[in-house]
Design a protein around this ligand. Structure first.
Ligand code: SAH
Ligand code: SF4
Ligand code: F3S
Length: 439
């Protein structure tokens, strides 16, 4: 039996791309194998959002050099955002001459065919497609790995060019999928027993802006809301410049829409936000949060925050802490700004690393306190969770998520995976809740 391993870095978008790559390999008779050192095909699906993401991928690719020396038939493929960067096909070839196939983001869907070609001719392949707006490829065979949960792309690429961000350069311009294809996918997934769908896009709220049929994100949500079956619908990521009242109204009126919004603020200072080209102010962000709290009182708001962006002063940073205190996010992903070649912010004057480190620890301390306080509010409450996995660290315990995306641990076995159950919360830690099943 031929075996494959896919090592994925980066965001949910990449996790889902890897499911598509897995689909192409399984169509060719390969089976999944957790140990890459014994696989016939190893794919590194890479990310370059921060320097650390690149370093991780580079380190792991390098580690395969000795294995490949012993196992000459192993095919090593590098794909994704890191290889899509300008000049990286050359750089990767020089640094790791043992890589067999290099592809970028837009031609990942061709990995199956490129592998066939490689196995036939045994000639190394490096194919990066630099088309700004490549055609959307509707992939049919997807080997999904996250039952009862499924990802569905609604847009690819990004048009926003936030000044710190590499994504628009490596994912091309925004392209929206036809809404009928999206609805088809969702209905098929529900038929197959999936219970939670997450719509994916760098800025889901601008869905449709490149189509000429007047269709927008609110319309798409409205169509999905008509599906009269029990499931949860999530979406990410929402961009504060495009999230609007219409979308919140649909969320409020449809029981299938999860009451949870991931709304990255990035910073609290309007001056820094302008330098980031985020195209909203602190006041606008606070206004959105207020509107969400009013229309969806049960809704959790999560966010991404960056510290140490060029030009960020202590005063600007205090604005970020102030925003965090005012918004009371359920949780936040916090990052230290990382320079990315080719972006505008890379050419601006940089802030010393020590200051960035000091700021991030202050930010994490504040957010942890808020996350813990919010977790405590669940104590004694009964919540519905969708069980999604076994707890690997504690035997006889399964994990699930509440509608507002809180992690809950409860006694149970594998048979509960994919079921909605009611749980009474008996203990609350910062990052997870614990409870007992109630009828
Ligand atoms: N499209 C999403 C973000 C995708 S990237 C949005 O606009 O919100 C995920 C997160 O990585 C971003 O929200 C940002 O906080 C962080 N990020 C992006 N570029 C970064 C950089 N150069 N350094 C540090 N963090 C970065
Ligand atoms: Fe990057 Fe901004 Fe696009 Fe998000 S919206 S992917 S942060 S450029
Ligand atoms: Fe995602 Fe990383 Fe690419 S965050 S879009 S995999 S650069």
């Amino acid at each position: 039996m031929k075996k494959y391993t896919i090592i994925t870095y980066g965001c949910q978008m990449n996790v889902h791309e890897s499911e598509k790559i897995a689909g192409a390999l399984e169509e060719r008779g390969y089976v999944e194998n957790a140990d890459e050192t014994t696989s016939d095909v190893v794919v590194f699906n890479t990310c370059c959002i921060r320097e650390t993401a690149e370093q991780k991928a580079m380190g792991n690719i390098g580690a395969l050099k000795q294995i490949k020396k012993k196992n000459k038939n192993m095919v090593i493929i590098v794909s994704g955002c890191m290889s899509q960067q300008k000049g990286y096909d050359k750089l990767l070839k020089e640094k790791f001459p043992f890589i067999d196939i290099i592809v970028g983001t837009t031609n990942q869907s061709k990995i199956g065919e490129l592998l066939d070609e490689y196995l036939l001719k045994h000639k190394k392949i490096a194919q990066i497609d630099n088309t700004e707006k490549p055609e959307i490829v509707e992939v049919k065979s997807i080997a999904r790995t996250s039952y009862p949960h499924a990802w569905v792309n609604i847009t690819y690429g990004c048009n926003n060019f936030c000044t710190y961000c590499i994504v628009p350069y490596v994912r091309g311009r925004e392209r929206s999928r036809n809404y009928k294809d999206i609805l088809n996918d969702i209905n098929n997934l529900l038929d197959q027993g999936y219970k939670e769908i997450t719509l994916l896009g760098q800025n889901v709220n601008s869905y449709g802006s490149d189509l000429d049929d007047g269709i927008d994100f609110a319309f798409l949500l409205g169509e999905i809301a008509k599906i009269d079956r029990k499931f949860r619908l999530r979406f990410m990521t929402s961009h504060p410049k495009d999230l609007n009242e219409k979308i919140l109204d649909i969320m409020a009126s449809c029981p299938n829409m999860s009451k949870c919004i991931h709304l990255p603020c990035q910073a609290g200072s309007s001056k820094v936000l302008a330098a980031m080209n985020r195209r909203y102010t602190k006041e606008h962000y606070l206004h959105l949060v207020e509107m969400i709290r009013e229309k969806l009182p049960e809704c959790a708001i999560t966010t991404d925050i960056m510290v140490g962006f060029p030009t960020e002063t202590e005063e600007d940073f205090l604005d970020t802490l102030d925003l965090v205190e005012k918004c009371r996010f359920s949780s936040a992903f916090t990052f230290i700004y990382s320079r990315r070649k080719g972006t505008i912010a890379d050419k601006m004057e940089q802030i010393p690393y020590k200051i960035k480190q000091e700021r991030i620890s202050r930010l994490i301390k504040l957010q942890n306190q808020i996350t813990a306080e919010i977790s405590d509010t669940y104590l004694g409450k009964t919540v519905e969770i969708l069980v999604d996995c076994i707890n690997n660290k504690k035997s006889g315990v399964v994990c699930g998520r509440t509608d507002d995306n809180k992690l809950v641990n409860v006694k149970g076995d594998e048979s509960l995976i994919g079921q909605f159950i009611n749980v009474k919360i008996t203990d609350a830690k910062m990052s997870a809740l614990y409870g007992e099943i109630v009828e």
